[in-house]
Design a protein around this ligand. Structure first.
Ligand code: ASP
Length: 431
């Protein structure tokens, strides 16, 4: 497997060293150390590029092979609808956890006005640019329409995940319909491509410890500890929500639906979580997520090759939970308490918004603008003012929510696989 015990240990040590170096530079204001850490950051960026380049061929090849080997389209339809229902349900639960915690802890009350004002003026310019980006974000209807690529090659070239998934399934289904001799050629080709991608992942993962150190060191060195102090209650609320979602929702899903021991499962996916945490990107983590599902968790390719790429794109429980807490926090600070009806609206918009968020760093805060606009509508308050308050701690929260996002994808793969297996036992289609 790509992350064996030894590599896992190395990545963990790199992470700890990176955090330590960053903290020392930051807390003691050691300028040369900060500069050094920022200078080596491109090592991390280069690594992210390396592993992200595997995403398109890997997803495409494994999905074509997975679909072609399914044999019948009804099975695909069944897996597809189950997956989407499961994704939406867990995301709605995540948002609800975020809302409940925000109501209980009330992170937005008792904030010092001066502290907030400082944050707001510090980050206002950056915040306005995020709000602008949100204006360009496609709505849900567009996201769905864009799934049918005008030009599949352009979708592949641009790395647009949903159209790629759609096209690969279409091709795979067609391949399963052609005569056997010719089918084996094309399946053999994509199988080989898929395997070569796995080899690339192994090679690239060997460099992961250096990348993790470079990425984390720079992030922490740049991070404002003062910002953390003034937003501590908000940060803790988000983190607590994320932990609860994994400990309760995922553990229950694993135990009851997937019939797997949660702790053993989490142990096997630690490497994926570490990489998601370090890169803040579900997409960049996807190659490792897929490899881990197959090699470590033993999940059938026909399930994982579909569930995981889809999940990296549309399933973001951590992001949705974060959006719920962030919205409540901002509302509590700027307009006071918000009604249950509006909160119910947050469940809907945050669940849908997380589908539209891409699996890349800080996608969540851009889409947050959409959720926020719904809540602040009519109050005359500029969403940018709200975003500015929380921007300073966003990277840290991004890392944590991304780790939860990929855990959710892997949990889903285990749940869906199990349900297919039970289906076979009950006399459904043969596995
Ligand atoms: N970075 C997250 C992800 O890739 C998305 C987000 O910003 O919440 O999963």
């Amino acid at each position: 497997t790509a992350v064996d015990m030894q590599l896992y240990t190395k990545i963990t040590i790199a992470l700890i060293l990176g955090v330590a170096a960053g903290l020392v530079a930051n807390a003691f204001d050691i300028d040369p150390l900060t500069r050094l850490l920022v200078t080596i950051e491109p090592i991390g960026t280069a690594w992210i590029r390396l592993i992200t380049r595997v995403v398109v061929p890997l997803v495409f090849a494994s999905l074509v092979v997975g679909t072609a080997s399914l044999g019948d389209i009804t099975k695909l339809g069944r897996i597809g609808s189950k997956t989407i229902v499961y994704y939406m349900a867990t995301t709605a639960i995540a948002v609800t956890i975020g809302l409940v915690l925000s109501n209980v802890i009330r992170p937005g009350s008792g904030m010092s006005p001066e502290g907030l004002e400082a944050l707001r003026s510090n980050y206002m310019a950056e915040s306005a640019s995020r709000v602008e980006l949100a204006q360009d974000a496609p709505g849900l209807a567009d996201v769905l329409l864009n799934m049918i690529p005008r030009n599949p090659v352009a979708a592949l070239a641009g790395g647009d995940m949903l159209p790629i998934i759609f096209f690969a399934i279409f091709l795979g289904a067609a391949v399963s319909a052609i005569p056997k001799e010719r089918r084996s050629h094309i399946v053999g080709f994509f199988d080989g491509l898929n395997e070569a991608c796995m080899v690339m992942i192994h090679w690239i993962m060997k460099l992961a410890p250096y990348a993790v150190f470079a990425l984390i060191g720079a992030v922490i060195a740049r991070f404002g500890l003062d910002v953390l102090r003034s937003l501590l209650v908000y940060v803790v609320t988000v983190l607590l929500g994320l932990i609860l979602h994994v400990a309760i929702t995922y553990s229950a899903a694993l135990k009851l639906l997937a019939r797997r021991a949660p702790l053993a499962f989490y142990r096997k996916v630690r490497g994926v979580q570490l990489i998601a945490f370090s890169t803040s990107s579900s997409n960049a983590t996807l190659p490792l997520t897929m490899e881990t599902a197959e090699d470590e968790l033993g999940i059938e390719k026909e399930v994982s090759s579909f569930v995981l790429p889809l999940g990296a794109t549309i399933n973001m429980d951590g992001t949705a939970l974060y959006q719920a807490v962030a919205t409540m926090f901002i509302a509590q600070v700027l307009i006071g308490d918000i009604s249950l009806t509006v909160q119910f609206g947050i469940v809907l918009t945050a669940t849908l918004a997380s589908i539209g968020a891409a699996g890349v760093p800080s996608a969540g805060i851009i889409i947050l603008v959409v959720v926020l606009e719904g809540v602040l509508a009519g109050s005359g308050i500029d969403p940018a003012a709200g975003i500015a308050m929380i921007l300073g701690v966003d990277r840290i929260l991004d890392m944590c929510r991304t780790a939860v996002n990929v855990t959710g994808d892997l949990t889903a793969a285990a749940v869906i696989e199990r349900s297919e297996y039970e289906h076979a036992l009950r006399g459904g289609s043969a596995r």
